[in-house]
Design a protein around this ligand. Structure first.
Ligand SMILES: *Cc1c(COP(=O)(O)O)cnc(C)c1O
Length: 356
Protein backbone atom coordinates (compact mmCIF):
# COMPACT_ATOMS: atom_id res chain seq x y z
CA UNK A 1 0.00 0.00 0.00
CA UNK A 2 1.19 3.53 -0.73
CA UNK A 3 2.34 5.32 2.42
CA UNK A 4 1.49 8.98 3.01
CA UNK A 5 4.15 10.49 5.23
CA UNK A 6 2.73 13.33 7.36
CA UNK A 7 5.51 13.17 9.97
CA UNK A 8 6.28 16.47 11.72
CA UNK A 9 10.05 16.04 11.72
CA UNK A 10 12.22 14.37 10.69
CA UNK A 11 9.83 14.25 7.81
CA UNK A 12 9.27 13.56 4.16
CA UNK A 13 12.02 14.50 1.71
CA UNK A 14 11.85 14.66 -2.08
CA UNK A 15 12.25 11.09 -3.35
CA UNK A 16 14.98 12.21 -5.73
CA UNK A 17 16.98 13.69 -2.83
CA UNK A 18 16.78 10.40 -0.93
CA UNK A 19 17.76 8.36 -3.99
CA UNK A 20 20.69 10.58 -4.94
CA UNK A 21 21.89 10.61 -1.31
CA UNK A 22 21.76 6.81 -1.29
CA UNK A 23 23.79 6.69 -4.51
CA UNK A 24 26.36 9.13 -3.12
CA UNK A 25 26.76 6.96 -0.04
CA UNK A 26 27.81 4.11 -2.33
CA UNK A 27 29.90 6.17 -4.72
CA UNK A 28 30.10 9.95 -4.89
CA UNK A 29 30.01 11.16 -8.49
CA UNK A 30 31.96 8.12 -9.68
CA UNK A 31 35.09 8.95 -7.67
CA UNK A 32 35.20 5.46 -6.18
CA UNK A 33 34.64 6.66 -2.60
CA UNK A 34 31.54 6.98 -0.48
CA UNK A 35 30.27 10.43 0.47
CA UNK A 36 30.82 9.15 4.02
CA UNK A 37 34.51 8.51 3.39
CA UNK A 38 35.75 11.79 1.95
CA UNK A 39 37.53 14.57 3.80
CA UNK A 40 35.47 17.62 4.61
CA UNK A 41 38.52 19.53 3.30
CA UNK A 42 38.50 17.73 -0.05
CA UNK A 43 37.67 19.53 -3.27
CA UNK A 44 34.72 17.16 -3.68
CA UNK A 45 33.14 18.32 -0.45
CA UNK A 46 34.10 21.95 -1.02
CA UNK A 47 32.16 21.79 -4.29
CA UNK A 48 29.12 20.34 -2.47
CA UNK A 49 29.26 23.03 0.21
CA UNK A 50 29.77 25.86 -2.29
CA UNK A 51 26.81 24.75 -4.39
CA UNK A 52 24.61 24.33 -1.31
CA UNK A 53 25.36 27.86 -0.12
CA UNK A 54 24.99 29.30 -3.65
CA UNK A 55 21.62 27.60 -4.21
CA UNK A 56 20.35 28.63 -0.79
CA UNK A 57 21.26 32.24 -1.59
CA UNK A 58 19.75 32.04 -5.07
CA UNK A 59 16.46 30.39 -4.06
CA UNK A 60 15.87 32.75 -1.13
CA UNK A 61 17.25 35.77 -2.92
CA UNK A 62 19.67 36.48 -0.07
CA UNK A 63 21.25 39.93 -0.49
CA UNK A 64 24.92 40.85 -0.09
CA UNK A 65 26.07 41.26 3.48
CA UNK A 66 24.61 37.94 4.62
CA UNK A 67 26.34 34.59 5.04
CA UNK A 68 24.82 31.13 4.99
CA UNK A 69 26.48 28.62 7.29
CA UNK A 70 25.74 25.05 8.35
CA UNK A 71 26.31 23.97 11.93
CA UNK A 72 25.60 21.09 14.30
CA UNK A 73 23.55 21.19 17.48
CA UNK A 74 20.08 21.70 16.01
CA UNK A 75 17.88 24.76 16.28
CA UNK A 76 18.05 24.20 20.04
CA UNK A 77 21.75 25.12 20.08
CA UNK A 78 20.86 28.39 18.36
CA UNK A 79 18.48 29.18 21.25
CA UNK A 80 21.64 29.49 23.36
CA UNK A 81 24.06 30.90 20.76
CA UNK A 82 21.76 33.80 19.86
CA UNK A 83 21.68 35.42 23.30
CA UNK A 84 25.31 34.45 23.96
CA UNK A 85 26.37 36.40 20.87
CA UNK A 86 23.80 39.19 20.69
CA UNK A 87 22.17 39.89 24.04
CA UNK A 88 23.94 42.75 25.80
CA UNK A 89 21.26 43.89 28.19
CA UNK A 90 17.79 43.11 26.94
CA UNK A 91 16.15 41.05 24.23
CA UNK A 92 12.52 40.85 23.10
CA UNK A 93 10.76 37.56 22.33
CA UNK A 94 7.34 36.62 20.96
CA UNK A 95 5.96 33.59 22.80
CA UNK A 96 4.01 31.50 20.32
CA UNK A 97 4.71 27.96 21.47
CA UNK A 98 7.03 25.50 23.12
CA UNK A 99 9.97 26.22 20.80
CA UNK A 100 9.67 29.94 21.50
CA UNK A 101 9.55 29.16 25.23
CA UNK A 102 12.72 27.11 24.95
CA UNK A 103 14.43 30.01 23.17
CA UNK A 104 13.24 32.38 25.93
CA UNK A 105 14.58 30.06 28.62
CA UNK A 106 18.10 30.22 27.16
CA UNK A 107 18.04 33.99 26.70
CA UNK A 108 17.32 34.41 30.41
CA UNK A 109 20.79 33.02 31.18
CA UNK A 110 22.30 36.09 29.52
CA UNK A 111 20.17 39.09 30.41
CA UNK A 112 16.75 40.64 30.61
CA UNK A 113 14.06 39.10 28.45
CA UNK A 114 10.99 41.05 27.46
CA UNK A 115 8.23 38.72 26.26
CA UNK A 116 6.27 41.27 24.22
CA UNK A 117 3.21 39.03 23.80
CA UNK A 118 2.15 35.45 24.31
CA UNK A 119 -0.61 33.21 23.00
CA UNK A 120 -0.23 30.77 25.91
CA UNK A 121 -3.65 31.90 27.21
CA UNK A 122 -5.28 29.91 24.38
CA UNK A 123 -2.79 27.05 24.11
CA UNK A 124 -0.92 28.87 21.32
CA UNK A 125 -3.77 28.65 18.83
CA UNK A 126 -3.17 32.12 17.41
CA UNK A 127 -0.37 34.58 16.61
CA UNK A 128 -0.52 37.70 18.78
CA UNK A 129 -0.52 40.92 16.76
CA UNK A 130 -1.04 43.60 19.36
CA UNK A 131 2.35 44.36 20.89
CA UNK A 132 5.21 46.84 20.83
CA UNK A 133 8.81 45.91 20.35
CA UNK A 134 11.00 47.93 22.73
CA UNK A 135 13.34 50.15 20.71
CA UNK A 136 16.19 49.48 23.14
CA UNK A 137 16.12 45.68 22.75
CA UNK A 138 19.24 44.13 21.28
CA UNK A 139 17.04 42.01 19.02
CA UNK A 140 13.51 40.62 18.61
CA UNK A 141 13.08 36.86 18.30
CA UNK A 142 10.14 35.15 16.60
CA UNK A 143 9.22 31.59 15.65
CA UNK A 144 7.63 31.92 12.21
CA UNK A 145 6.00 28.50 12.19
CA UNK A 146 4.85 26.78 15.35
CA UNK A 147 5.27 23.16 14.41
CA UNK A 148 3.39 21.71 17.36
CA UNK A 149 0.32 23.99 17.30
CA UNK A 150 0.06 24.69 13.58
CA UNK A 151 0.19 28.48 13.65
CA UNK A 152 2.34 30.59 11.37
CA UNK A 153 3.47 34.18 10.81
CA UNK A 154 2.93 34.66 7.08
CA UNK A 155 4.43 38.11 6.56
CA UNK A 156 7.90 39.59 6.92
CA UNK A 157 7.41 42.24 9.57
CA UNK A 158 9.07 45.61 9.89
CA UNK A 159 11.07 45.65 13.09
CA UNK A 160 12.83 48.57 14.80
CA UNK A 161 15.57 46.28 16.14
CA UNK A 162 17.39 43.31 14.54
CA UNK A 163 14.82 40.60 13.78
CA UNK A 164 15.83 36.99 14.41
CA UNK A 165 13.58 34.16 13.23
CA UNK A 166 13.43 30.45 13.93
CA UNK A 167 12.23 29.11 10.55
CA UNK A 168 12.91 25.45 11.31
CA UNK A 169 9.60 24.28 9.93
CA UNK A 170 8.79 26.77 7.17
CA UNK A 171 12.12 27.62 5.55
CA UNK A 172 11.86 27.58 1.76
CA UNK A 173 8.08 27.20 1.90
CA UNK A 174 7.54 30.73 0.59
CA UNK A 175 9.62 33.65 -0.68
CA UNK A 176 10.99 35.68 2.23
CA UNK A 177 12.21 39.28 2.24
CA UNK A 178 15.56 38.42 3.82
CA UNK A 179 16.50 42.09 4.18
CA UNK A 180 13.89 42.42 6.97
CA UNK A 181 15.82 39.90 9.08
CA UNK A 182 19.18 40.03 10.84
CA UNK A 183 19.25 36.27 11.20
CA UNK A 184 17.18 33.24 10.19
CA UNK A 185 17.96 29.76 11.42
CA UNK A 186 16.55 26.30 11.86
CA UNK A 187 17.10 22.59 12.05
CA UNK A 188 17.09 21.07 8.57
CA UNK A 189 14.95 18.07 9.43
CA UNK A 190 11.52 19.59 8.77
CA UNK A 191 11.64 21.08 5.30
CA UNK A 192 15.20 20.87 4.03
CA UNK A 193 17.11 17.72 4.78
CA UNK A 194 17.87 15.01 7.31
CA UNK A 195 18.50 15.56 11.01
CA UNK A 196 21.98 16.62 12.00
CA UNK A 197 22.48 19.98 10.34
CA UNK A 198 21.32 23.50 11.21
CA UNK A 199 21.18 26.32 8.70
CA UNK A 200 21.99 29.88 9.72
CA UNK A 201 21.48 32.92 7.49
CA UNK A 202 23.16 35.80 9.23
CA UNK A 203 23.78 39.45 8.51
CA UNK A 204 27.46 40.10 9.01
CA UNK A 205 26.94 43.49 10.67
CA UNK A 206 25.08 41.80 13.55
CA UNK A 207 28.39 40.59 14.92
CA UNK A 208 30.81 42.22 17.32
CA UNK A 209 28.30 44.05 19.51
CA UNK A 210 28.65 42.16 22.80
CA UNK A 211 31.52 42.47 25.22
CA UNK A 212 31.48 39.06 26.83
CA UNK A 213 33.93 36.32 25.99
CA UNK A 214 32.32 33.55 23.97
CA UNK A 215 33.69 30.00 23.77
CA UNK A 216 35.06 29.30 20.30
CA UNK A 217 32.45 26.84 19.07
CA UNK A 218 29.54 28.96 20.33
CA UNK A 219 30.74 32.12 18.63
CA UNK A 220 29.26 33.02 15.25
CA UNK A 221 32.50 34.85 14.45
CA UNK A 222 34.30 31.49 14.41
CA UNK A 223 31.85 29.99 11.94
CA UNK A 224 31.73 33.04 9.69
CA UNK A 225 35.51 33.28 9.50
CA UNK A 226 35.81 29.68 8.29
CA UNK A 227 32.34 29.26 6.78
CA UNK A 228 30.87 25.91 7.92
CA UNK A 229 34.41 24.50 8.13
CA UNK A 230 35.85 25.51 11.49
CA UNK A 231 35.35 21.90 12.51
CA UNK A 232 33.96 18.87 10.67
CA UNK A 233 30.51 19.79 9.38
CA UNK A 234 27.73 17.20 8.92
CA UNK A 235 28.87 16.20 5.45
CA UNK A 236 26.13 13.72 4.66
CA UNK A 237 23.28 15.92 5.89
CA UNK A 238 24.57 18.88 3.88
CA UNK A 239 24.61 16.73 0.75
CA UNK A 240 20.95 15.82 1.18
CA UNK A 241 20.10 19.51 1.71
CA UNK A 242 21.84 20.24 -1.58
CA UNK A 243 19.74 17.60 -3.30
CA UNK A 244 16.57 19.14 -1.83
CA UNK A 245 17.62 22.60 -3.02
CA UNK A 246 18.27 21.24 -6.52
CA UNK A 247 14.78 19.72 -6.46
CA UNK A 248 13.20 23.03 -5.43
CA UNK A 249 15.04 24.79 -8.24
CA UNK A 250 13.91 22.16 -10.77
CA UNK A 251 10.29 22.87 -9.82
CA UNK A 252 10.69 26.58 -10.48
CA UNK A 253 11.91 27.84 -7.12
CA UNK A 254 10.33 28.93 -3.88
CA UNK A 255 7.44 30.84 -5.48
CA UNK A 256 6.31 27.68 -7.28
CA UNK A 257 6.69 25.70 -4.05
CA UNK A 258 4.57 28.27 -2.23
CA UNK A 259 1.77 27.91 -4.77
CA UNK A 260 1.84 24.14 -4.29
CA UNK A 261 1.81 24.56 -0.51
CA UNK A 262 -1.21 26.88 -0.68
CA UNK A 263 -3.10 24.39 -2.86
CA UNK A 264 -2.30 21.52 -0.47
CA UNK A 265 -3.24 23.47 2.64
CA UNK A 266 -6.48 24.81 1.12
CA UNK A 267 -7.51 21.30 0.16
CA UNK A 268 -7.18 20.06 3.73
CA UNK A 269 -8.47 23.18 5.50
CA UNK A 270 -11.55 23.22 3.23
CA UNK A 271 -12.23 19.60 4.13
CA UNK A 272 -11.88 20.40 7.83
CA UNK A 273 -14.09 23.51 7.64
CA UNK A 274 -16.87 21.74 5.76
CA UNK A 275 -16.76 18.65 7.96
CA UNK A 276 -19.45 17.48 10.36
CA UNK A 277 -16.92 15.67 12.54
CA UNK A 278 -13.60 17.52 12.35
CA UNK A 279 -12.73 21.05 13.41
CA UNK A 280 -9.53 23.09 13.11
CA UNK A 281 -7.74 24.18 16.29
CA UNK A 282 -6.07 27.40 15.10
CA UNK A 283 -7.53 30.86 14.43
CA UNK A 284 -8.05 31.14 10.67
CA UNK A 285 -5.71 34.08 10.08
CA UNK A 286 -2.92 32.30 11.95
CA UNK A 287 -3.17 28.90 10.28
CA UNK A 288 0.03 27.23 9.17
CA UNK A 289 0.62 26.01 5.64
CA UNK A 290 3.05 23.44 7.02
CA UNK A 291 1.39 21.81 10.04
CA UNK A 292 -2.38 21.47 9.89
CA UNK A 293 -3.92 20.70 13.28
CA UNK A 294 -7.48 19.49 13.80
CA UNK A 295 -9.55 17.52 16.29
CA UNK A 296 -12.95 15.83 16.42
CA UNK A 297 -15.86 18.05 17.45
CA UNK A 298 -17.02 17.59 21.05
CA UNK A 299 -19.86 15.17 20.21
CA UNK A 300 -17.48 12.91 18.25
CA UNK A 301 -14.48 13.06 20.60
CA UNK A 302 -14.71 9.32 21.31
CA UNK A 303 -14.12 8.62 17.61
CA UNK A 304 -10.58 10.01 17.45
CA UNK A 305 -8.86 6.68 18.10
CA UNK A 306 -11.11 4.99 15.56
CA UNK A 307 -10.17 7.54 12.90
CA UNK A 308 -6.50 7.07 13.72
CA UNK A 309 -6.84 3.34 13.14
CA UNK A 310 -8.97 3.85 10.02
CA UNK A 311 -6.47 6.29 8.52
CA UNK A 312 -3.67 3.75 9.05
CA UNK A 313 -5.52 1.25 6.87
CA UNK A 314 -5.41 3.94 4.16
CA UNK A 315 -1.65 4.40 4.44
CA UNK A 316 -1.59 7.58 6.56
CA UNK A 317 1.52 7.94 8.73
CA UNK A 318 2.35 10.52 11.38
CA UNK A 319 -1.02 12.25 11.70
CA UNK A 320 -1.29 11.93 15.47
CA UNK A 321 -1.37 15.38 17.05
CA UNK A 322 1.32 16.41 19.49
CA UNK A 323 0.44 15.34 23.02
CA UNK A 324 -0.01 18.97 24.11
CA UNK A 325 -2.72 19.54 21.46
CA UNK A 326 -4.27 16.10 20.90
CA UNK A 327 -6.28 15.14 17.84
CA UNK A 328 -4.47 15.21 14.53
CA UNK A 329 -1.63 17.04 12.86
CA UNK A 330 -0.91 16.65 9.18
CA UNK A 331 2.47 18.10 8.27
CA UNK A 332 2.33 19.23 4.66
CA UNK A 333 5.96 20.15 4.08
CA UNK A 334 7.33 21.05 0.65
CA UNK A 335 8.10 17.46 -0.31
CA UNK A 336 4.63 16.10 0.49
CA UNK A 337 2.74 15.53 -2.78
CA UNK A 338 -0.82 16.84 -3.09
CA UNK A 339 -1.93 13.25 -3.78
CA UNK A 340 -1.18 12.46 -0.14
CA UNK A 341 -3.36 15.36 1.04
CA UNK A 342 -6.12 14.18 -1.28
CA UNK A 343 -5.82 10.65 0.16
CA UNK A 344 -6.20 12.05 3.68
CA UNK A 345 -9.22 14.13 2.67
CA UNK A 346 -10.77 11.04 1.02
CA UNK A 347 -10.18 9.04 4.21
CA UNK A 348 -11.86 11.77 6.28
CA UNK A 349 -14.89 11.80 3.97
CA UNK A 350 -15.17 8.04 3.99
CA UNK A 351 -14.93 7.91 7.77
CA UNK A 352 -17.57 10.60 8.10
CA UNK A 353 -19.96 8.74 5.85
CA UNK A 354 -19.81 5.75 8.16
CA UNK A 355 -19.72 7.56 11.49
CA UNK A 356 -21.45 10.94 11.34
C1 LIG B 1 11.82 21.09 15.56
C2 LIG B 1 11.93 22.52 15.94
C3 LIG B 1 12.97 22.99 16.77
C4 LIG B 1 13.99 22.07 17.39
O1 LIG B 1 14.93 21.69 16.47
P1 LIG B 1 16.19 20.79 16.88
O2 LIG B 1 16.96 20.79 15.59
O3 LIG B 1 15.66 19.46 17.28
O4 LIG B 1 16.90 21.46 17.99
C5 LIG B 1 13.03 24.34 17.02
N1 LIG B 1 12.13 25.19 16.51
C6 LIG B 1 11.12 24.77 15.72
C7 LIG B 1 10.14 25.76 15.18
C8 LIG B 1 10.98 23.42 15.41
O5 LIG B 1 9.98 23.00 14.62
Amino acid sequence: MKKHNFNAGPSILPRIAVENSAKAVLDLNGIGLSLLEISHRSKDFQAILDETVALFKELLNIPDGYQVIFLGGGASMQFCMIPYNFLNKKAAYLETGVWAQKAIKEAKFFGEVNVVASSSDKNFTYIPTDYTIPADADYFHITTNNTIYGSEIHNDMDCPVPLIADMSSDILSRPVDISKYAMIYGGAQKNLGPAGVTFVIIKEELLGKVERKIPTMLSYATHLKEPSLYNTPPVFAIFTCLETLRWIKSLGGVKAIEEMNIRKANLLYDAIDSSKMFVGTVAKDSRSLMNICFVMKEQYKDKEDAFMEFSKTKGMLGIKGHRSVGGFRASTYNALPIESVQALVDAMHEFEKINA
